[in-house]
Design a protein around this ligand. Structure first.
Ligand code: MRU
Length: 375
């Protein structure tokens, strides 16, 4: 009970509530109508919560997965195995968690990092329990690091947009899907940039798209914007080009699920259309994402696996959660993400600064990260 009270205090727009041994996820399928937290007891619960979109958004998925396993081993009781037994137990569970959703790289990146920590610990640990302890601590750090990283993204993004818009004090920014507190450990990436502009007093209006079919924009981003008293307007995905033509958008900022080494970016379906429209209208189009969303192992977006989701999301109201609204018998194509080519992305805003193309058609993210490492 004491644990639950501790967790209770964290709950303001938080998708992930964690205390050692206890994990609760805000059921985002129920927002904005109901605020219900689900207890996640182990990696199986974590896998299902990710697959069924209780928790979504690339950084949040990675953290929720890692913590679901942290909770499982915290509550395992006595573990009589060797350090190697503990390491392979954790490694197998992490592989299982990675299989929940394929497109966002943050989850597999986190699993690789955690496996590395566990492997290293198993070489010197006295018993399996000590390896579990290392795992738990490494998973817990992700929660703290993500908020700091998002605040840095917000800061870099807001300064950039302000500079590019000749210090206007009434900037209008369009965003897509949900990249806010609900999609991360807190503050958000693209929505973090909007929050930072608002904090600086230079945001005139945020526009959020509905984000069909699952409506992450109308249900979640609109909820966050209203909660924070940020001046905001909801638009249908299909009205974005008209809004741009009407001169109502100074910049578009979106998140990312996987960024290839050349800057091609997979993000929520509809992002590509927004980038094309922005490009046509001469509006800067930014991707805001932590470096954990970058996959340097792939040279272009061609190699990104795009998740296809159930037909029900289109056939039924509320992204598949409500009653059937489409004609029975129609076939459906429902990709959850699309890939925006680097050519039409103006800049990639990370926690370590903004990556630009410097006159070329694509980004050189390998050089950007190499330079960071040499500093
Ligand atoms: O299917 P979802 O809701 O997980 O898709 C989320 C997005 O596409 C976000 O833009 C992306 O994960 C970045 S969240 C900071």
């Amino acid at each position: 009970m004491a644990d639950e009270a501790g967790i209770e205090q964290q709950k303001t727009l938080q998708s992930i509530c964690y205390k050692r041994g206890l994990l609760q996820l805000l059921d985002q399928r129920k927002l904005p109508l109901e605020t219900i937290y689900l207890n996640i007891r182990d990696s199986k619960d974590g896998w299902v919560a990710i697959k069924e979109m209780v928790v979504r958004g690339a950084p949040a998925i990675a953290i929720a997965a890692a913590l679901s396993l942290a909770v499982e081993v915290s509550n395992l009781g006595a573990f009589g195995g060797t350090p190697n037994d503990a390491a392979s137990f954790l490694s197998n569970k992490l592989d299982y968690l990675v299989s929940s959703r394929p497109t966002a790289v943050n989850l597999s990146e986190a699993a690789t990092k955690l496996k590395g920590a566990v492997h290293k610990a198993s070489a010197t640990a006295s018993d399996g329990q000590a390896v579990f302890q290392t795992y738990i601590e490494a998973a817990e750090i992700m929660l703290v690091d993500d908020v700091a990283s998002n605040k840095a993204i917000g800061h870099h993004g807001a300064s950039l947009i302000q500079k590019q818009q000749s210090a206007s004090t009434s900037l209008s920014v369009l965003t897509h899907c949900n990249t806010g507190s609900l999609a991360t450990a807190g503050y958000g990436t693209a929505l973090g940039v909007i929050r930072a502009l608002h904090e600086k007093g230079v945001l005139g209006r945020a526009y959020c798209t509905e984000t069909r079919p699952f409506n992450q924009g109308s249900r979640l981003t609109a909820f966050e914007l209203v909660h924070d008293n940020i001046p905001a307007t909801l638009v249908a995905d299909s009205s974005a080009a008209a809004l741009m033509k009407a001169g109502q958008v100074n910049a578009v900022v979106v998140g990312a699920d996987r960024v290839a080494a050349n800057g091609d970016t997979a993000n929520k379906i509809g992002t590509y259309s927004l980038a094309l429209s922005a490009n046509y209208h001469g509006i800067p189009f930014y991707v805001a994402a932590p470096l954990t969303s970058v996959d340097l192992s792939i040279s272009s977006g061609e190699e990104i696996v795009i998740e296809e989701r159930s037909a029900k999301e289109l056939l039924h109201a509320r992204g598949g959660l409500g009653e059937q609204v489409a004609a029975s018998g129609i076939s459906v194509w429902n990709p959850a993400f699309d890939v925006t080519p680097a050519t039409i992305i103006t800049g990639i805003i990370t926690e370590k600064g903004v990556i630009t193309k410097d006159g070329s058609d694509s980004f050189d993210i390998k050089s950007f990260t190499k330079e960071l490492a040499s500093k």
